[in-house]
Design a protein around this ligand. Structure first.
Ligand SMILES: NC(=O)c1ccc[n+]([C@@H]2O[C@H](COP(=O)([O-])OP(=O)(O)OC[C@H]3O[C@@H](n4cnc5c(N)ncnc54)[C@H](O)[C@@H]3O)[C@@H](O)[C@H]2O)c1
Length: 336
């Protein structure tokens, strides 16, 4: 089978390709990635020796490049996106171009080439925000109510993907997952930023009062969820994917990381100016994928964070330059 992965040089795509190549060694995997600041071809360098993996540098907003790479593809997994909420507040245009127009080009080419499955990676952020203390969770039935240009562009792409099923019968599936964490995550994001700050002897920045609740999903559990949907999921369906059952806020996550890294809370936390339009709480009901497809997360949060801290400890050459770039971005936007 020929599998086209878009955005495979980014965080989740990299982890997914490692997972897929390990568990489906006979497949040919093509990684199509523009290599933005968030993409690193070297993540998967060791696979480049294999005849079952190939890297193609390209942009999903370039229709001709997408048409070329889609030839004889059986299965598409679309990770390619601009993915950072803060950057979408600074510069929304590229979010619309990649997340909406890029997805449109992929859908058109997938339809033309009669692919067997088009799987789109989306986010729980399309559902907006839940109030603190409520028992509500996002599910596949929750109304879309995105708050940032990032989540609005992802919401638009989800609608477009489902319309290609309804209108043209393209066999699509979507996963709306919660916040991922694990190895190879760009250090601009919450968990790797905290870990790399501490490794550099700097404090952890906490937005606002820190009482922002997110669901956390280990990236390997996410890869298994995508695999389950690709193999057993029903075309035209969306599946919510999350990693936790109980609420945990950002401050509590920070304290867990401090404990793992042997640091005292008070000395290492710094409260900083809040993000505009910051969603209060996300919580994901992942009963559908669990009941229909038999998936559930294997990592508990402590174990996943310990493994992630260990990875950043052992891979400073991977993150040091990226971190400088990320911190420059935060300085320019007057945030820490
Ligand atoms: N990271 C999370 O916690 C999270 C949570 C929910 C959903 N998602 C979704 O998962 C997907 C992957 O997220 P990630 O965290 O790995 O993102 P990432 O920012 O780490 O990686 C994105 C990848 O896409 C590539 N890319 C960007 N624009 C492109 C274009 N026009 N053409 C081709 N390639 C392009 C980048 O070079 C990069 O390799 C995204 O669709 C994101 O919306 C992520």
């Amino acid at each position: 089978m020929k599998v086209l992965i878009t955005g495979g040089a980014g965080f989740i795509g990299t982890n997914f390709i490692f997972y897929w190549c390990k568990h489906h060694p006979r497949d040919l995997v093509v990684n199509f990635d523009k290599l933005t600041y968030a993409g690193d071809r070297n993540n998967l360098k060791k696979l480049e020796k294999s005849s079952r993996y190939c890297f193609v540098c390209g942009d999903t907003t370039n229709k001709q490049a997408v048409d070329r790479v889609m030839k004889k593809v059986d299965l598409v997994v679309n990770f390619a996106a601009e993915s950072h909420v803060d950057r979408s507040i600074n510069n929304p245009q590229v979010f619309l171009e990649t997340n909406v127009l890029g997805t449109f080009n992929l859908l058109e080419a997938a339809l033309e080439n009669k692919v067997n499955r088009f799987h789109h990676i989306s986010t729980d952020e399309v559902y907006g925000s839940l109030s603190l203390g409520s028992k509500n969770k996002f599910s596949e039935k929750t109304k879309y109510e995105p708050s940032s240009p990032y989540s609005a562009s992802k919401a638009a792409s989800d609608h477009l993907v489902l319309s290609y099923w309804q209108t043209f019968g393209l066999p699509v599936t979507i996963t709306n997952c919660s916040n991922n964490y694990g190895p190879y995550q760009y250090p601009e994001k919450f968990i790797p930023r905290m870990i790399t700050n501490l490794l550099e002897g700097k404090k952890i920045p906490i937005y606002g009062d820190g009482k922002y609740v997110r669901d956390w999903l280990h990236v390997e559990d996410h890869a298994r969820a995508i695999e389950a949907v690709l193999i057993k999921g029903r075309p035209g369906e969306t599946y919510c994917v999350g990693g936790l059952k109980k609420d945990i806020n950002n401050l509590e996550i920070a304290k867990m990381i401090l404990k793992i890294m042997g640091k005292n809370d008070k000395d290492w936390l710094e409260f900083v100016v809040d993000r505009a339009g910051h969603d209060r709480r996300y919580a994901v009901d992942w009963n559908k994928i669990s009941q229909e497809l038999g998936w559930k997360p294997r990592y508990n949060l402590t174990m996943g964070l310990e493994q992630t801290v260990e990875w950043y400890r052992n891979n400073s050459s991977w993150w040091q330059n990226k971190k400088q770039e990320a911190e420059r971005f935060y300085q320019q936007t007057n945030k820490k």
